[in-house]
Design a protein. Structure first.
Length: 469
């Protein structure tokens, strides 16, 4: 019997020939023609446009080119479209396999003995497969545009707080109050993790049935579906459109919450822990002035009071900054807050960093995306995937979009660096709250909203406090 391998692929489970049907047909053909399948490769639910996105196909190519199965004489596939829908890749990989003494046999197609005739057939199959994908892509884009722009229908997954009824998005009465709670809580200054705990404690789970975490909560809060809008990128142009589904919150509240989230993101440092996990409201704020690392809250033996200690290393040796007792740092923060709101000239000497919330549109990110699209369009032309006319059209459209985005960036208002007038009052309110009997997680949230970092230097016997304006 002739030893062979098989490859099956289907883009979706709804195709006429699923990978299971292909495998059955291939094995029936192999038994009739005395072929023995020693290895099967499969890509289920993956498009045949690009080989780089098909792990099963790449694994097969690697095994063939490295001679893992030296006795293999044939590769069995259902039809040529299962192998590839990209004309260049179709011809390239088929030739690569044949160069290793392995013939490619499509069991549902006639076997042609003439090599020249087979070359024509391969070129036609590769071209027709690619034309099919292009048409499918254009039809899909046209359908999405009509759905969003003309019919104002929701696209994508049904978000938390909604459900699908007769193909339309409708509000879920059991979850609508929780959606409103999420937005109201963020606007009121409640930490993300505290909101997640409230949802999970009430057994209100995400749309996937999983418990809420900070990442899924923030993702949901940025979904414009909740204010009756549709956000989509059509033909490379990002836009916001009116939807016909019911809104749960107002667009004004949505924008306010985005501003709150932007302010939090501007103040938050990379890899910083949630304020709900701190043992003390100072935790996460205390930084070593020598090595710049965080200082940890430690309980000291012998009945001594807890302190913050630097665990960082400088030049391979433990940082020389010693520990600082918690109560001493607390008193230093209290004194500085009191000094700022009682002394008229205190703001001039205080360490204050004016934070500028992230703009509603990240122009640099949008420009970068468009430039990458322009680069892909150029590669598509070089690889003969797109015609010269298509490349010219894409280049003109993307270049205009890049220039327009650069103009918007240049016209964006500059951030104001003036310290707000209510800064003194905020310091007074925070001081009063920190000295109260409020829960530790609430104190931490308030402290992190005003204080950037606290730097105790045990050698110089100084404590420097930095604030957000």
């Amino acid at each position: 019997m002739v030893q062979c391998i098989e490859y099956t692929r289907a883009s979706t489970n709804n195709q006429e020939y699923s990978v299971g049907d292909q495998d059955k047909s291939i094995r029936d053909w192999a038994r009739r023609n005395k072929y023995k399948i020693v290895k099967s490769y499969c890509d289920d639910g993956i498009s045949g446009h690009y080989a780089a996105k098909r792990p099963g196909f790449l694994s097969m190519i690697e095994d063939v080119t490295t001679g893992k199965y030296p006795d293999i004489k044939a590769l069995l596939i259902w039809d040529s479209y299962r192998f590839a829908r990209n004309m260049v890749e179709f011809l390239t990989y088929k030739q690569m396999i044949q160069q290793h003494g392995i013939s490619v046999i499509a069991v549902s197609e006639p076997i042609v003995q003439d090599d020249d005739a087979q070359l024509y057939i391969d070129a036609i199959n590769g071209a027709s497969g690619e034309l099919y994908l292009r048409k499918l892509s254009k039809d899909s884009r046209r359908g999405i545009r009509a759905k969003v722009v003309e019919r104002h229908e929701h696209i994508g997954k049904c978000p938390f707080g909604y459900m699908m009824k007769d193909g339309a998005l409708v509000a879920d009465p059991d979850r609508v109050p929780w959606v409103k709670y999420m937005f109201d809580a963020v606007e009121a200054g409640t930490p993300y993790l505290q909101i997640c705990h409230a949802l999970n404690d009430n057994m209100v789970y995400s749309v996937n049935g999983a418990q809420w975490c900070v990442a899924t909560l923030k993702y949901a809060l940025q979904n414009r579906t909740y204010c009756g809008q549709i956000e989509a990128t059509l033909s490379g142009d990002h836009g916001i459109y009116d939807g016909k589904h019911p809104a749960i919150i107002t667009p004004e509240q949505f924008d306010r919450v985005q501003n709150v989230m932007a302010e939090r993101a501007a103040k938050r440092k990379k890899y910083e822990h949630s304020t709900n996990q701190y043992v003390h409201w100072l935790s996460g704020l205390v930084r070593c002035p020598i090595c710049g690392r965080s200082m940890s809250h430690v309980k000291r033996p012998g009945g001594r009071k807890p302190a913050y200690r630097c665990n960082g290393y400088v030049g391979g040796q433990l940082c020389t900054n010693g520990s600082a007792r918690v109560w001493i740092i607390e008193q230093a923060v209290y004194r500085e807050l009191e000094r700022i709101y009682t002394e008229p000239d205190a703001i001039e000497t205080a360490k204050i960093n004016v934070v500028h919330p992230k703009a509603s549109i990240d122009y640099d990110f949008e420009i970068s995306k468009l430039e990458k699209q322009l680069d892909r369009a150029k590669r598509a032309y070089i690889e003969e995937i797109d015609t010269l006319e298509e490349y010219r059209e894409n280049k003109t459209r993307l270049t205009d979009a890049i220039n327009e985005m650069k103009k918007k960036k240049a016209a964006a208002p500059a951030a104001d660096s003036v310290i707000p007038d209510d800064f003194r009052a905020r310091c007074r309110d925070v001081l009063t709250f920190l000295k109260s009997d409020a829960p530790m997680d609430e104190k931490a949230a308030v402290a992190h909203g005003l204080i950037e970092k606290v730097c105790p230097d045990s050698r110089a016997k100084t404590i420097t406090i930095y604030f957000y304006a």
